[in-house]
Design a protein around this ligand. Structure first.
Ligand code: PLP
Length: 394
């Protein structure tokens, strides 16, 4: 039995997979078991941002794997300490809690926001407002936070205390915020919701509203952070900072790690024993992530992401001007979306499948958006190859 058959037989059938098993990755390329080469414009859903098997990350992992892999958070380790101090040095934050995934980083943020007020005796201040179309994860709390009904199906009742307002609509948020709200949580650029960036004026107004009402502001940068938009953290584009931020995905370039960063004030919500996880911040994962942060935070690296993103966007614009099927371009940096006019036989899934046959990996969201999240090291010539394939398909 080959790996596709075995997966079909023995793994829960919760993922609709494309019919190939991959065996090797290098840079922006992947190879399937028949030896066919693919150019990866998805990076394992915005994870392998430095490309597959980046030599420095592989070296950091190998070195750490042969030195110390895990001791638990009952003890100190150097890679965890170094990564935490580096993340604080590069951001607004004063403290970091390490988790294993995006959902867990968001769970930590949700728990911190609630406990921050409950510690002060404000027990009725537990509500969290999030955005319609947002995506925050699949655990019960993060599912409750997520603003998309389709993924909640069958899981009711959800956790109470969550409500959703339209994204980029400050009036809607103003109407909902009151003394029972502990936090507003949003993605500065919505990923799963359709590659929709926050308007600068909106985000500024959200920050002001949170300041005025003493509400904590949480940015979920799990997909849009870590250089993806051309700045180390997406909120840097807006010149405002949150009280709490979550990271995962690209932080480990493929090793599972999540992080919840907070200001010193917000961080007071947790005390000894308030929150914990066995695997959070293992020496192995943090050694890899430290190398990732070192590389991605280099100004010249980020400048290159902006330049490649700009180039990619311009090529997509040309497609849009040429083809009636392509109706909109979205996104920032190297997190881009092409909106298609919806026709029964030509939805996003059709293009994803056709491009896959031609050796390109992308994915579709919301039926009509093609998402492009290539490794940040993508070259213009690879972008040209994808654009030309897309051109003929459109
Ligand atoms: C913005 C955002 N938040 C949270 C998550 C959940 O992360 P994970 O799948 O690692 O739990 C995702 C995953 O796609 C995401 O895009």
């Amino acid at each position: 039995m080959n790996s596709i058959k075995k997966t079909e037989n023995f793994v829960f059938q919760t993922y609709l997979r494309q019919g190939k098993a991959f065996v090797k990755g290098e840079g922006v390329f992947l190879w399937d078991e028949d030896g066919k080469k693919y150019t990866d414009f998805l990076s394992g859903i915005a994870v392998c941002s430095l490309g597959h098997c980046h030599p420095k990350i592989t070296q950091a992992i190998s070195k750490q794997a042969s030195t110390l892999i895990h001791v638990s958070n009952l003890f100190y380790t150097e890679p965890q300490a170094e990564l935490a101090s580096k993340l604080c040095e590069k951001s607004f934050a004063d403290r970091v809690f390490f988790a294993n995934s995006g959902a867990e980083a968001n769970e930590a943020a949700i728990k911190l926001a609630r406990r921050y007020f409950q510690k002060k005796g404000e027990n009725s201040r537990f509500k969290i407002i999030t955005m319609e179309q947002s995506f925050h994860g699949r655990t019960m709390a993060t599912l409750s936070a997520t603003g998309q009904d389709k993924i909640k199906d069958g899981f009711y009742p959800l956790l109470k205390g969550f409500s959703h307002v339209p994204f980029n609509d400050i009036k809607a948020l103003e109407k909902q915020i009151d003394a029972t709200v502990c936090a507003v949580m949003l993605e500065p650029l919505q990923g799963e919701g359709g590659i929709i960036a926050a308007d600068p004026e909106y985000l500024k107004a959200v920050r002001q509203l949170c300041d005025k009402t003493g509400t904590l502001l949480i940015f979920d940068e799990i997909q849009c952070g870590m250089g993806r938009c051309g700045t180390l953290f997406a909120h840097e584009m807006y010149n405002i900072t949150p009280d709490i931020m979550t990271l995962a995905k690209a932080l480990g370039n493929g090793l599972p790690i999540g992080a919840m960063l907070a200001t010193g004030d917000a961080a007071t919500g947790f005390d000894y024993g308030s929150h914990a996880t066995t695997f959070g911040g293992t020496p192995l994962a943090t050694a890899a992530a430290l190398e990732v942060v070192n590389i991605i935070s280099e100004p010249s690296f980020l400048e290159q992401v902006c330049a490649r993103g700009q180039y990619f966007k311009e090529q997509l614009e040309k497609l849009k001007n040429k083809h009636a099927r392509a109706v909109g371009i979205r996104g920032k940096g190297l997190l881009l979306g092409l909106e298609l006019s919806l026709e029964a036989d030509r939805n996003a899934a059709f293009f994803v499948e056709q491009l896959f046959k031609k050796g390109f990996i992308i994915n579709g969201i919301q039926d009509k958006i093609l998402r492009f999240a290539p490794p940040l090291i993508i070259e213009n010539q690879e972008i040209d190859r994808l654009i030309s394939a897309l051109d003929s398909l459109l």
